[in-house]
Design a protein around this ligand. Structure first.
Ligand SMILES: Cc1cc2nc3c(=O)[nH]c(=O)nc-3n(C[C@H](O)[C@H](O)[C@H](O)COP(=O)(O)O)c2cc1C
Ligand code: SF4
Ligand code: SF4
Length: 265
């Protein structure tokens, strides 16, 4: 089975997930969602989507990606929604969106990883992070054989209260996200390295007089604030005190880089 996995990641949790799935499956190519590669898409038998849960639902960037590709009902589709513990209704939302384009999402998994939502705090203690990484690895290793067999199952989902409450929150915040970058600011430690501009998946940052400026088409992936090597980017008032986060096995080069191909097995 020739597989292509499209990923979207701010701090590497989804890229790490996509890499592990790819290495388990073999014969799998990884592409960021910002690069569609139509030829690769057409040649694949199976198509995977790996992305973070944002505001209890599917991020804009993933919905824009789905709008940009041609869905082929003859392909096998699977997804991993990587999140900080509240997957809510994300995979059901994704399955319905894909069904509207004639594609059947056959498997959808909830992978819990450290939260990168720094406006609410840092990632937490190292022992807690280690447990999350181990549990995520175990789950991915357990479920990828089901993808290889092209199985189907109900989408994984959060409890009913979460789906009711947070689906309403998703609907309320969805339109506000692009302009949420108005709360970013830069302190005087910035050394004009331009890394923030380079990690942004949607070119929402431009350098003006050596400092980043945000263009109000933000995805809130938080790559800019989390990858700034000087921790100069802040969001609101509290982030100067909060620890930065990215997945320990994902590097800045991986985020700035475009495509990675796993060796065929
Ligand atoms: C804007 C934003 C919103 C988020 N919303 C949720 C959420 O609704 N539920 C949840 O469990 N995690 C949420 N998170 C946490 C991320 O889903 C989680 O940290 C994920 O592993 C990040 O993946 P990445 O490193 O590939 O970007 C949110 C993170 C961001 C940046
Ligand atoms: S990544 Fe940080 S230090 Fe580099 S230009 Fe951006 S804000 Fe300044
Ligand atoms: S400006 Fe920052 S948070 Fe917004 S999309 Fe770009 S990298 Fe992500």
């Amino acid at each position: 089975m020739k597989t292509i996995i499209y990923y979207y990641t701010g701090t590497g949790n989804s890229l790490w997930t996509a890499r592990l799935v790819a290495s388990n499956l073999g014969n799998t190519t990884l592409h960021p969602m910002s690069l569609i590669h139509k030829d690769a898409l057409n040649q694949a038998d199976a198509i995977g989507l790996v992305f973070p849960v944002h505001m209890w639902g599917v991020p804009h960037h993933v919905l824009n990606f789905l709008d940009a590709i041609d869905m082929d009902s003859s392909k096998y589709y699977f997804a991993f929604a990587v999140n900080g513990g509240q997957v809510s209704r994300t995979l059901i939302q994704l399955q319905k969106r894909m069904a509207n384009s004639g594609a059947r999402l056959s498997l959808g998994y909830d992978i819990v990883m450290p939260s990168n939502y720094i406006p609410w705090g840092g990632p937490g203690p190292a022992d807690k992070l280690e447990k999350l990484y181990l549990a995520a690895r175990d789950k991915i290793n357990k479920v990828t054989p089901r993808i290889a067999l092209q199985q189907s199952a109900s989408m994984e989902k959060g409890p009913l209260w979460q789906r009711i409450l947070f689906t309403a929150c998703y609907a309320m915040t969805y339109r506000l996200i692009p302009k949420m970058d108005k709360d970013f600011w830069v302190d005087d430690t910035c050394n004009s390295c331009t890394i923030c501009e380079k990690v942004c998946p949607v070119e929402n940052i431009v350098m003006k007089s050596g400092k980043p400026e945000w263009l109000h088409k933000c995805e809130q992936c938080l790559a800019c604030i989390q990858w700034c090597p000087k921790e100069s980017i802040q969001f609101g008032k509290k982030t100067p005190a909060y620890e930065r986060y990215h997945h320990p096995e994902v590097t800045l080069k991986d985020i700035v880089g475009t495509t990675q191909t796993q060796e065929d097995k």
